[in-house]
Design a binder for this molecule. Structure first.
Ligand SMILES: NC(=O)c1ccc[n+]([C@@H]2O[C@H](COP(=O)([O-])OP(=O)(O)OC[C@H]3O[C@@H](n4cnc5c(N)ncnc54)[C@H](O)[C@@H]3O)[C@@H](O)[C@H]2O)c1
Length: 437
């Protein structure tokens, strides 16, 4: 056995603070409440259903992940959030239309008790939305102080020692890294001067990190993916992770593309289009928000296929991603992929995927796992970017000198090896020669 990392035990309750009580957030909260009562199963969640192999295959040690590492129990999660709409989580869940009214009924009272705090919101960053439940303040720094006050009150009122913040609010307009994002000092100065390079999501992240909370970015927004936030997280011993939950079409891409590359099948083009009709789809109907999402969705193939290493196979593929807002479908997205590949002697072939998925059903277990793993990371003293959680993101954050790892299977190996590392178990290399000695 290697040396273990000292991990504090998950004692007491864990507060989960969520900017954005929309489809993803309410599906996640309702699902946790239903699972607690034994009225639903947390399918799709590694922390609840996944296992991890330890030692040699002959040892047959395959505990559940939740029995292997000390994670907070579902019973110990307490939720709160912010939204520009004053609907409580029950009303918001009904409007989101992901879970049926009958399904929500047994947890109605608990959901109705979650009332959104007034949000930090600015229409310049989400053009398609506006709502009445907003904070006002002299500048962006002052708004951050108000959020920190919300965090402190929630913590005190519920006697919490640990909290995690997870951004489930809308996709903001595309922002490029700006010189004010370079250092903590320049970031704070920019907040005080209401600089346009500071988006609302950054104000939440700043408040979270300054309050010592791990921060997870579920949207493709820049938010914590800037040097100043990484430094701030490091200074406050806080783990951060992002960005953009990997669900639907990108999940499929990162499952299929590693397989094509493994078999050295070439790619001429990959056309992805989808229709969705939820509020997320409406926000993404704005070209500036779509640009943020598009950037996030386009990266995966380039990194997995490595055109510079395999120019004959992947040097010239055409990649297109479209998102179409189509209200009749609600949260039940349909995504089509047409993949033009080629094999032996260059003969062309095609793959068609028609994925009738449910966006928030795919996102909810990701939120749960990230909340529990980020709390674990915090208790284990890990700080800054948590690259081992890349598995959950469309655009995984990583150190500036690295490229992100997008291959779902490498990501899973990295995640499980990190858990083994934390617990002092041997890392698994899949070499296996020792079985034949
Ligand atoms: N499968 C998925 O659904 C999926 C996958 C990856 C990423 N995401 C991202 O997760 C986010 C949430 O998706 P959703 O489907 O729940 O969207 P949604 O529109 O149903 O919910 C977002 C909520 O955020 C609120 N909001 C917007 N700006 C806010 C602010 N500044 N402060 C507080 N609240 C704010 C909105 O009023 C809305 O209620 C989006 O950014 C989306 O792109 C979703």
């Amino acid at each position: 056995m290697r040396e273990k990392i000292d991990i504090k035990r998950p004692e007491g309750k864990l507060g989960v603070l969520i900017p954005g009580l929309g489809a993803v957030a309410t599906t996640f909260i309702a699902g946790v409440l239903l699972a607690r009562k034994g009225l639903g199963k947390p399918f799709g969640s590694l922390t609840q259903m996944g296992t991890i192999r330890l030692g040699k295959r002959t040892e047959k040690r395959v505990p559940r992940i939740r029995d292997f590492v000390e994670l907070a129990e579902l019973d110990d999660l307490i939720f709160a959030g912010w939204d520009i709409f004053p609907d409580n989580a029950y009303e918001a869940a009904l409007k989101a239309g992901v879970l049926s009214k009958e399904h929500l009924e047994p947890v109605r009272d608990e959901l109705a008790g979650i009332k959104p705090m007034p949000a930090v919101f600015d229409r310049n960053y989400v053009k398609k939305l506006d709502g009445p439940n907003k904070k006002t303040g002299a500048n962006k720094y002052e708004l951050a102080l108000q959020l920190m006050d919300d965090i402190r009150k929630f913590k005190e009122e519920n006697s919490l020692d640990r909290l995690v913040m997870v951004w489930c609010a809308s996709t903001e307009i595309y922002l490029r890294p700006d010189p004010v994002h370079e250092t903590v000092e320049s970031l704070e100065k920019a907040m005080k001067e209401n600089h346009p390079a500071i988006a609302p999501s950054m104000i939440y992240a700043y408040a979270a990190i300054k309050s010592g909370l791990p921060f997870i970015n579920g949207a493709p927004n820049l938010t914590v993916d800037i040097p100043a936030m990484v430094q701030l997280a490091w200074n406050h011993n806080v783990p951060i992770a992002g960005k953009d939950f990997k669900t639907g079409q990108t999940l499929m891409k990162t499952i299929i593309a590693p397989g094509l590359k493994a078999r050295l099948l070439g790619l001429n083009g990959w056309f992805s289009t989808n229709i969705l009709g939820n509020r997320d789809g409406e926000v993404l109907d704005d070209p500036e928000s779509f640009k943020t999402k598009e950037e996030s969705k386009l990266g995966a193939l380039e990194y997995i296929l490595q055109p510079e290493v395999y120019p004959e196979l992947y040097g010239k593929f055409y990649h297109k991603v479209r998102i179409n807002y189509y209200p009749p479908r609600g949260d039940n997205k349909e995504g089509w992929d047409n993949i033009d590949i080629f094999g032996w002697l260059g003969y062309p072939m095609q793959i068609k995927i028609d994925f009738l998925c449910r966006d928030s059903i795919l996102a909810a277990p990701i939120v749960l796992d990230l909340v529990l793993f980020m709390d674990l990371a915090w208790r284990a003293g890990l700080r800054g970017i948590q690259e081992w959680l890349s598995f959950y993101f469309k655009t995984p954050m990583c150190a500036p000198e690295l490229y992100p790892e997008h291959d779902l299977f490498i990501q899973l190996m990295k995640l499980k090896n990190t858990l083994r590392y934390m617990k002092g178990e041997e890392l698994i290399t899949h070499l296996g020669l020792e079985y034949y000695d």
